[in-house]
Design a protein around this ligand. Structure first.
Ligand code: MG
Length: 368
């Protein structure tokens, strides 16, 4: 497979704190696959929590490129071959998977959602995430974000959760979801969730450590709010074991290995009458747009990774008053952010110069 991998560094607008960590940079990877002159692009957002680093992504991608040589249209076969060859490396696999969907869409002249037969008008609202900070700071950020987003996801899991949620609820009346990122014991979870119930919360995400499914079941039986799991649900094989213990799952391309696996997870979850949320890591518009193409299939979207960074190099899915608006261009429909500006600059430079230079035009064409 003609595959190259490149460093893609992203900078968080403000440090992003959750119950177990704080992040200021994302060391992601851009994957390019060349299919007879048509290029597919994908992104890996490796997470040390899931056992990946940029170096491990580079190693996995180099291995795929060398050993997997199948027809690039045969995504099912390639995904299965990747799974047989490597058991982890989900973010690396996701970058290959989305590059293949991009390539296929470009070859067929159709956006990915159309290849999948999905209705773009069914793409849900995305939540916007407020990281952990002083309650007053979180309330101020929530009030500001609520001017644009109708759903906010509040990171909790500290001693000040009640104070935080109360302050945010006083600041805004938009839909609120909370995510404890595995911070609690079962008894703490029951007490804290009950304390939050009067503040009109839509659901609670990952109250307990991922493997404590009996604890999660116990908590769910003793609180009124729905329980969605994220860290407890990585791939489709986790889903049957969650039935009866949770109300829904949070699927991420970087956990499961890409669009193809995410589709399997969505259908598996539906077969078990579970709610489905589509989430993300800190990602540019490239990986976020890949997830957005399958968002018409899910109940809840939390696709805001690209909204939390200051140097997104791409434009793809738009977010209009919180609603995900899918690009109509072929493939993923992602292109460099300054695409139009550069094109205009080159056109005006060419028209104003008596000796138009060839080089800038080629540069733009290469990036299309
Ligand atoms: Mg989560």
């Amino acid at each position: 497979m003609d595959l190259t991998a490149h460093a893609l560094d992203l900078t968080l607008t403000t440090p992003f704190r959750i119950s177990r960590s704080v992040q200021t940079l994302a060391h992601n990877v851009l994957t390019r696959i060349d299919g007879d002159g048509v290029e597919g692009i994908g992104e890996a957002a490796p997470s040390s929590y899931n056992g990946e680093r940029r170096e491990s992504v580079f190693m996995a991608l180099s291995d795929f490129g060398e050993h997997i040589d199948l027809d690039l249209d045969l995504i099912e076969d390639i995904v299965n071959a990747m799974d047989r060859r490597l058991h982890a490396n989900a973010a690396a696999k996701a970058s290959v998977d989305m590059a293949l969907y991009d390539l296929l869409g470009k070859r067929l002249g159709a956006p990915v959602y159309q290849l999948l037969g999905l209705n773009p008008d069914r793409a849900p609202l995305t939540s916007f995430t407020i990281g952990i900070d002083e309650p007053a700071v979180m309330a101020r950020k929530a009030k500001e974000a609520a001017k644009t987003y109708k759903v906010l996801k509040i990171k909790i899991g500290t001693e000040r959760d009640l104070e935080t949620v109360r302050a945010i609820r006083e600041a805004t009346d938009v839909t609120l979801r909370v995510d404890a990122n595995a911070a609690w014991t079962p008894k703490q979870a029951i007490r804290r969730i009950r304390e939050l119930e009067p503040y009109d919360i839509e659901f609670v995400e990952q109250p307990l450590p991922p493997t404590d499914l009996e604890g999660i079941r116990f908590v769910r039986e003793h609180v009124a709010l729905p329980i969605i799991v994220d860290e407890s649900c990585v791939t489709e094989s986790d889903i049957p074991g969650l039935v009866g213990a949770v109300d829904g799952i949070n699927i991420k391309l970087m956990k499961c290995g890409g669009i193809h696996h995410a589709l399997r997870m969505i259908h598996t979850a539906r077969a078990h009458h579970l709610k489905v949320m589509l989430g993300c890591m800190i990602e540019s518009s490239l990986a976020i747009t890949a997830a957005a193409h399958i968002s018409p299939l899910v109940d809840y979207a939390d696709l805001d990774g690209h909204l939390l960074i200051s140097d997104d190099p791409w434009e793809g899915v738009a977010v209009e008053e919180g609603r995900l608006v899918l690009p109509e261009r072929a493939g993923l429909g992602v292109r460099p952010r300054d695409h139009d500006a550069r094109r205009q600059a080159v056109a005006s430079a060419a028209s104003s110069s008596r000796h138009p230079r060839r080089a800038p035009r080629q540069e733009v064409e290469e990036e299309e």
